[in-house]
Write a protein that binds this ligand. Structure first.
Ligand code: A2P
Length: 347
């Protein structure tokens, strides 16, 4: 039987990506409910030749919903996702609201799909941060062979991570600066104007001196890889790219790395694309990745002075791989596992 599905944040950058992916992957549902803020309630969205009226989250009843995707921001999820779970929906949450909660599995199917066998205690599956997912997916085939013990990540993150308004702010700022280099450009979605710039400050600065985005990558990688001891550190930077996050990843292992073996392992990885060759064949870039649903890995190197260390350059679509696709893949596996038929009575 097909599920009754709700998308909360359906009008946003991730929400609209869900609809694209439903179409591409022929995702089947019995009913679809599109939910957003009171600002959008009553408007309509066309999908598969049908007109859907957008519903107001405040008054939306999740009774009878099998799967509810939440992508409307952390504060919205904190306010409404537990209510949705209590009303019986299996929630797949794209925000930072529950990721580190002990009763909530944090899942990247290609890395820890064994978490998808049982109904989560909270009724919520958390989808990791968009910069965490590609790193754990690229390290997954390497770890059993080389024993990853330390990971240092520098990110180059696209404007779409701040949603449609983030993309618009970058576009508008770029247009203004091309027209007049001295024009004053607004910075509402980013701390300083992003156009022709870099901003080493994603999400709130913490007392530790790290940003919340950096902290998320550190703690989430440990939880997903089930390695509380794993040393992870990071610097997260917003760059003037519309979509697709890039990351330079340095990692140290228990055992010496061999380039040929690394290439072989990565090529055998699940939904990974490996770049190795002369010139531009050696790396993916945000504008040239071919399959937007894969994680792209290039600049694959063994460190020149430390044979136990290597480098990767990773590019992945943050709206797809980093958000909607990961959430949909969780849903697809949950459905295939027959989990929806095993909903606990209390839910
Ligand atoms: P709306 O379009 O009605 O504001 P993005 O990440 O692209 O900025 O999109 C954010 C998504 O979250 C949009 O779908 C937006 O809906 C939704 N959203 C924002 N605030 C709320 C709210 N208070 N209740 C429900 N949905 C919200």
């Amino acid at each position: 039987t097909q599920p009754v599905v709700a998308i909360v944040g359906a009008t946003g950058a991730v929400g609209t990506t869900f609809l694209e992916l439903f179409e591409e992957r022929s995702f089947q549902f019995k009913e679809l409910h599109l939910v957003a803020s009171p600002r959008s309630a009553g408007k309509t969205i066309q999908f598969r030749g049908k007109s859907y009226e957008i519903k107001n989250l405040e008054t939306f009843d999740f009774t009878g919903i099998d799967i509810a995707f939440f992508s409307a921001g952390t504060s919205i999820s904190k306010k409404s996702a537990r209510r949705a779970a209590q009303q019986g929906a299996l929630v797949i949450d794209n925000t930072n609201a529950f990721r580190m909660d002990a009763d909530t599995p944090l899942v990247v199917p290609q890395v820890n799909r064994h978490q998808l066998q049982n109904w989560p205690t909270s009724g919520i599956y958390a989808n990791p941060n968009c910069a965490t997912i590609p790193v754990v997916r690229a390290l997954k085939p390497l770890d059993p062979v080389f024993g990853v013990k330390k990971v240092i990540i520098s990110t180059y993150q696209a404007a779409s991570g701040q949603g449609l308004t983030g993309i618009e702010e970058l576009r508008e700022g770029t247009r203004q600066l091309i027209a007049d280099e001295k024009s004053v450009v607004k910075a509402e979605r980013f701390q300083v104007p992003l156009a022709f710039n870099l901003v080493p400050n994603i999400d709130a600065m913490q007392e530790t001196g790290f940003t919340l985005e950096e902290q998320k990558m550190i703690q989430e990688s440990r939880k997903i890889m089930e390695r509380p001891d794993l040393y992870v550190s990071s610097t997260a930077v917003r760059v003037p790219v519309i979509n697709c996050h890039s990351e330079a990843v340095y990692f140290e292992c228990e055992r010496p790395l061999e380039l040929e073996r690394m290439l072989e392992l990565l090529r055998g990885g699940e939904e990974l694309q490996v770049y190795y060759g002369p010139g531009a064949e050696n790396y993916p870039t945000p504008r040239t990745v071919r399959n937007q649903n894969d994680v792209h890995v290039g600049r694959i190197r063994v460190d020149a002075t430390n044979k136990n260390a290597g480098w990767l350059w990773i590019v992945s679509d943050n709206l797809r791989v980093g958000a909607a696709l990961n959430a949909l893949q969780i849903a697809e596996e949950v459905i295939a596992n027959g989990l929806l038929a095993r909903k606990p009575l209390a839910a």
